[in-house]
Design a protein around this ligand. Structure first.
Ligand code: SF4
Ligand code: SF4
Length: 163
């Protein structure tokens, strides 16, 4: 009897608490700042070009081989407007095969790729979720605006390299 009353009390007490869950997919809970969603490419607003030089380091280290990239000579370098000799020409990530491991971000030396908060990108077609360079940059700009992203300072990069 006492146990039943206790149980009823717990039920009643919790019935008036604010719910911590959401009616997905109608409602969405915010993700944590550190949340690792799909990788996106960042945009250098100072020069108006991507940070990515197409060096292929991330492509070579991706454990699922879901990335491809191609570099080209940077026209802005020739004009003296950019310090990047090479720049990305084309880039693709097959989100259907990405396992969100973050290795591509860890190995990039140019702050050119970040794990965004994007996680709802399912499609019904197999391999139908390939993101090209314009899409990755658009997603990157949205992520930069959302978290007020700035590239690492020299000091931060040094600390990260020695950690
Ligand atoms: S994202 Fe970084 S590691 Fe990958 S190709 Fe671009 S610059 Fe190189
Ligand atoms: S998060 Fe991992 S699997 Fe996805 S593109 Fe980057 S390295 Fe590849």
């Amino acid at each position: 009897m006492l146990a039943s009353l206790k149980g009823m009390w717990v039920t009643l007490a919790n019935a008036f608490k604010k719910p911590v869950t959401a009616q997905y997919p109608k409602e969405h809970l915010p993700v944590q700042t550190r949340y690792m969603g799909f990788p996106v490419l960042t945009w250098d607003y100072d020069v108006q070009e991507p940070f990515c030089t197409g060096c292929m380091v991330c492509v070579r280290n991706c454990p699922t081989s879901c990335m491809s990239a191609q570099m080209m000579d940077n026209p802005l370098f020739k004009d003296g407007k950019s310090k990047r000799r090479k720049i990305i020409e084309s880039f693709e990530i097959n989100f259907g095969r990405c396992i969100l491991c973050g290795i591509c971000v860890d190995v990039c030396n140019f702050d050119a790729i970040e794990m965004s908060h994007q996680h709802e990108l399912s499609v019904v077609v197999r391999n139908g979720n390939r993101a090209d360079l314009p899409r990755l940059l658009e997603m990157g700009k949205a992520y930069q605006a959302e978290v007020e992203w700035t590239p690492k300072t020299k000091e931060e990069a040094k600390q990260e390299a020695t950690a």
